[in-house]
Write a protein that binds this ligand. Sequence first.
Ligand SMILES: Cc1ncc(COP(=O)(O)O)c(C=O)c1O
Length: 404
Amino acid sequence: MDTRFPPQPKRIKVPLYPQLGKLIPASVLNKNNSLMDLMSQILGMNKDKIILANSASDALYEFLRIVRVDRNKKLLVGMPSFNCIDVAEAVVAAGCTPVFTDIDKSLMMTEKNIDFMIAQKCEYFIWPNFFGARHRDRMFAEKLIKNNIKIILDEAQSFPFYYDEIKPFVDKYAHLVLISFGHSKPISGVGGGAIFMNQPNTSFQKMKGYPEESRNEAYFNLVKKVMKQRINWRSPRIAKKLAINPKREKKLEVLLNQRIGKKKYDPISRYQSQVAYKNLKTINSKKFIQSYSMRYEKLNKLLKSKEGSVGLNYLNQVIGEPASIALSLDPNRRYEIFTRFSNQSIETTWYYYPISLLDKYRKYPCETIINTIGISSSIIIIPFRWQHSNRQINRLIDSLKVIL
Ligand SMILES: Cc1ncc(COP(=O)(O)O)c(C=O)c1O
């Protein structure tokens, strides 16, 4: 596998993440509440089930820690090997064991992948939606649930694109949903993230002491309180202020039994939530969707006319417009194409190195990952985001005509 990074242009005219040059740090109002309101409106969800955090992976880490401590044993967590390293890091840091699966050639899960997780006795499965919203297979979801595997939907790369289309699936099958406001994500923020706890965990040990009728509410409240406290602990600045030793992580179970909640909670910076709020509001508007859609139509037409030199298989299953553009190229030509983009002052990249092949992760259970390796060898991400200017998009399109 050719693992060379794409050469980077000396002077970037079309950056992958255009907002980064434009941000103006300012004194901003605390937008946490407005952000939560807007999110709960899109999610169709009670605000009490959303927790803002420093990032999607931070939120995942905190959540898995709580579950693992509650269970007092290792948990097996399934996830595709084609993935963001931060997700795997969060799983391992939380004391859980990742179980890696392959994925199909259009970045969808197959029944074979699902069966592998069942055979390995996973208890959670982190199910990503790459490059935009996708319809997941209901039969797979039912099979997972029947085999006691809770579904964590990773919407870091899709939310809020076409969320209304996937919402019925989310509402019915998701135990938890991960959302990110990072710069490479659809919201194109400056970081931050959230989890939305769709279902209570009925097997949660700590809930046993609560009367049946108040267990659901108690579960959400407890997880929320513990997560808030945990996130505070991990921030040295806040931990110092509270005179808490941030390394005292083993004491989490003590916290689980406590009623906390008096301390100030600031898991996401004000600036992050302000940017996330502003961007989320923009991309959730009809006007935005129309103009983005026209842009994408132009690109799509061009790419289709080039089919043969470029594959659209990574986007075929995306509903509507993808949040970012991943194409497949002949692996033998990829580096040359990277170079040609670079010569045109266009930034490109590739996602992701198969996690299960990294030294740290080789020891964990893993399915044969033929497709993952194929995808990692052929993928290219080109700059095409809602925040690019018309000029940047035109430059990209003109270059694509000659490069591909
Ligand atoms: C599919 C997927 N999930 C989760 C994450 C992690 O999100 P965050 O950066 O907010 O931790 C990423 C990051 O690239 C991702 O691509």
